[in-house]
Design a protein around this ligand. Structure first.
Ligand SMILES: Nc1nc2c(ncn2[C@@H]2O[C@H](COP(=O)(O)O[C@H]3[C@@H](O)[C@H](n4cnc5c(=O)[nH]c(N)nc54)O[C@@H]3COP(=O)(O)O)[C@@H](O)[C@H]2O)c(=O)[nH]1
Length: 771
């Protein structure tokens, strides 16, 4: 009760900066209702005039009537001044007091007239009068509640006037009525105060809302000024509810132009009319608007001042109290810079910097999306194209020429492939072409032939004239291939087969390639096992001095006793070991074992060991040789290293310094298979060789082919001029032996003397041969 009382008496404290504003609002809340109150006051005055006209107390009633008209008119004047003439006119405390006095006077005059009428009315009329005046009091208390001074003055003056008048005229006759009026007065005063507090609360809430609104507006203005974004709100028809400054700037239009059109139509008008792709973006935007659901980051390209800008739209639908769709509120951002930057990044991530065509990432994405979107099982073919001897171009002519060659190849491929084909560079000298039309095997073969013909057209770069050759592997999705990895693997296998069968070749994928590849994988695993399980052994083939018919040395040839497959020749596994790098540990093992075995031979017999290009390239071959020679204690001059031209070609400078160092420590160097590769005479001049091994293919033709004879004679003469010795490989007959001896070939190797034999057999062979 105490609390309630203090609530009534103690109004909420008004912040000092709002006192004037609140007073003005309180005053205007009352002033707005003054015309109504004045109307009843005029009515009351005329009732007074009516009774004056009837006869009794005429002067008094006319005076009171005139007084009522006076105060009501002055109240109307206040209403006129503050609500009609100047709504912003300052409401001072004095004005409030004047209003309170006027209403207090009105209340007293009402009380007087009421008392007077009460005295002359019949009982029936008195009841009506009391009811009417009760209505007056409560209406006033309610109407004037926003200003307690005014409201309370009204209520108290009227009630007090009534009570005093009744007591004065009728003594204690109407004591109960007077008590009721007093009680009623207190009640109304309470109601007035509660209403006043509520009114104040409302004002404060409104002020707070206004403050928040201004703050939000300030922030939004700041946001729009600084950012490239703008807020928008439409009605349910899409028409903008307001036009922001940023929107005007962004569209280059004024408010009048923008406000009459719907927002989607404004955007539509900014699309470049001819561009179908652009309208797809708009369709997505329109569909999102149609869905009446939140959407986020829908991008639409627009044209402003002849430049394309990229706008991103995010919005939420608005619903009224009846949950009916009422429009959209959203934000549009000009994301052009970020969008173009992202596009550029994507382009960079997808394109090959050297040639400008798609890279491996682009190719993978393209193929993956083909399979993901290929619901109709549309076929496609994948062509993998690899340049033959590209490494040689790089090594011999330098990387700049290699790069220029790749650009030339790209241009030639672009000019040859069908328009709807996709070209990508997968890395190095490997290109991929995805075909989605003309997928008959004959048509694809024709295209591959055309590609090879185009590439083989002579190409001149600076001083150099080069011919480009390529191997192509092809796989079709029709080969029961339904994903990127499988298609790529199939074409890779076909490419491998093409390379394997002599280069400049085309191969279509066949399932047996997969079987071969699996075998290959199996062999590779087995080689690893074989190294740890000691399944390798060495066989030796003698090299005979043709002039003296004595053993000069033995070539070490590796053999593999496979636990399941039996005896395996090196031709079946050496290239695999090279491809996988396993040739390094295998070659080191061969070298060490050969030196250990050679230690058991007479000291004038050397051992020749084959070293593959990969072994030389991927290991510190010189260090390995030195280490093994130290471990086995075999003198350096009893070791001969056989290298092929491809080893020299692949390593060039590195090979030259290696050979110089081997030579420096006393190791002999032989060039193997001479005549089969490039047979570049410059190698004979550049590299510090000791021996040339004339390839078996020439020896086997020696008796039947004059050209083979001429070649051997030329090689021998050349070797003699360069102070190199010669070994003929693959001598199988006495005739070959005597012809070669006649041509002054120094040494001979072949089945005529012995097939490769085990280490034990070699010892017996040495003993028997000498014997
Ligand atoms: N990097 C290494 N390569 C090696 C090693 N061991 C062998 N090889 C190379 O493997 C290729 C095949 O060798 P292989 O099957 O041992 O054949 C050799 C001889 O058996 C064969 N030969 C010798 N004389 C005759 C003959 O009169 N007729 C005939 N049909 N074949 C004959 O020639 C091969 C030796 O050739 P080459 O090395 O060129 O002297 C072969 O290329 C080996 O080099 C190894 O440990 N590491």
């Amino acid at each position: 009760m105490g609390l309630y009382f203090s609530f009534l008496v103690k109004p909420p404290s008004i912040p000092s900066e709002h006192v004037d504003a609140y007073r003005a609002q309180q005053f205007r809340a009352i002033a707005a209702q003054l015309p109504l109150a004045c109307f009843s006051t005029y009515l009351m005055a005329f009732i007074g005039f009516f009774f004056a006209w009837k006869g009794s107390h005429s002067l008094l009633l006319i005076s009171f009537g005139l007084a009522l008209i006076l105060v009501a008119t002055s109240e109307l004047l206040l209403w006129w001044q503050y609500l009609i003439q100047d709504k912003t006119k300052k409401v001072t405390k004095t004005v409030v007091r004047v209003l309170a006095i006027e209403l207090g006077l009105t209340g007293l005059l009402y009380a007087f007239i009421t008392i007077y009428l009460f005295s002359i009315f019949s009982d029936h009329e008195r009841i009506m009068l009391i009811s009417g005046i009760a209505g007056f009091i409560s209406c006033g208390g309610w109407i004037f509640a926003s200003m307690p001074l005014v409201g309370l003055t009204w209520t108290i003056s009227l009630c007090a006037g009534l009570i005093i008048g009744l007591v004065f005229l009728f003594g204690d006759t109407y004591i109960l009525l007077e008590a009721m009026i007093a009680f009623y007065c207190l009640l109304l005063c309470g109601v007035t105060l509660v209403s006043y507090h509520k009114f104040l609360d409302n004002l404060m809430t409104q002020s707070e809302i206004e403050k928040q609104r201004q703050l939000v507006e300030l922030l939004l203005n700041d946001f729009e000024e600084k950012a490239s974004d703008w807020l928008w709100e439409t009605d349910k028809y899409g028409c903008l509810r307001y036009v922001s400054l940023r929107l005007m700037e962004a569209t280059g239009s004024d408010t009048e132009t923008l406000i009459i059109r719907s927002y989607p139509n404004i955007i539509k008008g900014l699309l470049s009319a001819s561009d179908d792709k652009d309208s797809k973006y708009l369709d997505t935007f329109m569909t999102s608007l149609g869905s009446k659901k939140d959407f986020n980051g829908i991008i639409v390209p627009v044209k402003v001042d002849d430049t394309t800008r990229w706008w991103s739209f995010s919005a939420k639908p608005l619903f009224d109290n009846d949950k009916q769709f009422n429009g959209w509120r959203g934000v549009t951002s000009d994301i052009t810079d970020a969008y173009l930057h992202e596009k550029q990044m994507i382009r960079q991530a997808n394109s090959d910097t050297l040639t400008g065509i798609g890279n491996r990432h682009f190719f993978n994405e393209k193929l993956t999306s083909f399979f993901n979107e290929n619901t109709t099982n549309q076929p496609c073919a994948l062509l993998l194209l690899d340049l033959d001897n590209f490494k040689m171009v790089n090594d011999s002519f330098g990387h700049a020429t290699g790069d220029a060659l790749l650009i030339e190849v790209t241009n030639r491929l672009k000019d040859t492939i069908p328009q709807n084909a996709t070209l990508a560079r997968l890395g190095g000298d490997e290109f991929a072409i995805i075909l989605s039309s003309d997928l008959e095997q004959s048509a694809v073969t024709a295209l591959c032939d055309k590609l090879q013909q185009t590439l083989t057209q002579p190409w001149r770069h600076g001083e150099n004239h080069l011919e480009i050759h390529a191997s192509i592997g092809i796989a079709f999705t029709q080969d029961n291939i339904h994903n990127t990895e499988k298609l790529l693997r199939a074409s890779d296998l076909a490419l491998y087969a093409a390379k394997d069968s002599g280069r400049d070749t085309i191969r279509f994928f066949t399932p047996d390639m997969e079987i071969l590849a699996n075998n290959k994988r199996q062999i590779l695993n087995d080689i690893r096992q074989a190294l740890t399980n000691n399944e390798f052994s060495l066989h030796y083939q003698p090299q005979i001095d043709l002039a003296t018919n004595t053993i000069k040395g033995f070539e070490a040839l590796v053999r593999w006793q496979h636990p399941k497959r039996g005896f395996i020749l090196p031709s079946e596994f050496i290239s695999l070991a090279e491809e996988s790098g396993l040739i390094v540990p295998l070659g080191n093992w061969v070298l060490k074992q050969a030196c250990l075995d050679a230690q058991k031979w007479p000291s004038h017999i050397y051992v020749a060991v084959n070293a593959s290009a990969v072994q030389v390239e991927r290991s510190d071959f010189l260090a390995e040789v030195k280490k093994i020679m130290t471990q086995t204690q075999l003198p350096y001059h009893r070791l001969e290293i056989e290298l092929t031209e491809s080893t020299l070609m692949a390593n060039d400078n590195a090979a030259l310094s290696l050979l110089n160092e081997l030579k420096a420590i006393g190791v002999q160097i032989a060039l193997d298979d001479f005549g089969t590769g490039f047979s570049s005479l410059s190698y004979l001049r550049t590299f510090p060789l000791d021996k040339i091994k004339i390839d078996r293919s020439f020896i086997s033709l020696l008796e039947s082919d004059d050209k083979a004879y001429a070649i051997i004679r030329t090689i021998t003469q050349l070797a003699q001029t360069l102070h190199l010795s010669t070994t003929a490989e693959g001598i199988e007959s006495e005739t070959q032996c005597s012809i070669l001896a006649g041509l002054s070939v120094n040494y001979g190797q072949g089945y005529l003397y012995a097939k490769p034999m085990s280490a034990e057999e070699t010892l017996i062979f040495i003993n028997n041969y000498q014997a």
